[in-house]
Design a protein around this ligand. Sequence first.
Ligand SMILES: Nc1ncnc2c1ncn2[C@@H]1O[C@H](COP(=O)(O)OP(=O)(O)OP(=O)(O)O)[C@@H](O)[C@H]1O
Ligand SMILES: [Mg+2]
Length: 326
Amino acid sequence: MSTAPRHEIEIVDLKVAFKKFLALKGVSFYAGKKEFLGVVGSSGAGKTTVLRVLTGQISPTGGKAFVGGYDVTKKRKLISLLVGYVPQLEHLSLYYEFSALQNAQFFGRCFGMRPKEIEERARSILTILGFDEDLMTKKVERLSGGERKRVSICLGMVHNPPVLLLDEPTTGLDAHLRHETLNYLKMLNHELGTTMVIISHDLEVVDYCTRVCLLEEGQVSQFGTPAELISTLPGKGESIRLVLSRMSSAVLDKVVTLKSVKYWAKAGRNAVKLFVDEPREQMLAIIKSLNEMKIPFEEISLVEADFFDYFQVKPWKSKTEGDSQS
Ligand SMILES: Nc1ncnc2c1ncn2[C@@H]1O[C@H](COP(=O)(O)OP(=O)(O)OP(=O)(O)O)[C@@H](O)[C@H]1O
Ligand SMILES: [Mg+2]
């Protein structure tokens, strides 16, 4: 079978072993040009290992990885031009005693760029990233955490790569800065057309993604657009939100064991989201059952399901696992 790559990034049955330990057990996914792909998974799932293969830092034990149609193991030099990399810990890439623009000069020179070219490129990226003259010329040690992240993003892009790989660019930032950083990345993606692969264990990244790859213990458990994944839930993206007058485990137990309820998720204080087939049609029957069981409730409404629900409910696991929500 031919494995000619059709996408900007294509990973086919990738395996990576560290001695006897198989960190990646046959991972396949892809990202088209200009996509914003999120690779989500818990610690140790193999996320950084995938990026290390894509940047040519390690060779896979099996399978293939392509960027721009080129095999990453065969075209190392070219791949370093095609791929920008923002590492998990930005202090590994930044010179703190120099400014953002000076840091860019160091990086750009590694790619054989001329000083003037680097200056222009860095200024245009930093401008999209919300930097003014003062921030561009201030020592990195005097910048805030969020600003430092943005400098490290700029360094990853200074040589104008069509693909940017980011390892946990939002880790360690507060919620406001996480969204700010993601918004800036989205702007770069939009204005410069850069294909982004962003690793995270923060689920909020999914709101920004065109496609999501969920890694679990070295395997892809889910891959698709956020809407595709959510539509696999009963209700196909719609759920019933129920606010109870009083929440107790006995009451909750009665509600979630109603016959039509396939899954449920917590939805705030005293509230649950119920996932049923045909939620519009089921709503009346559920109200009737609640009344019969004399369970008082304050509100019941049809709401959209989101990725947080999808992740709580884990419909890709077996029914028993997906149901054992504590
Ligand atoms: N050089 C190495 N030698 C041995 N084992 C390694 C090596 N690098 C990674 N591993 C193991 O491979 C697994 C995947 O590691 P990886 O760094 O890809 O995880 P991750 O998903 O990025 O986790 P995190 O969210 O904590 O960064 C882990 O169990 C890790 O201990
Ligand atoms: Mg990692």
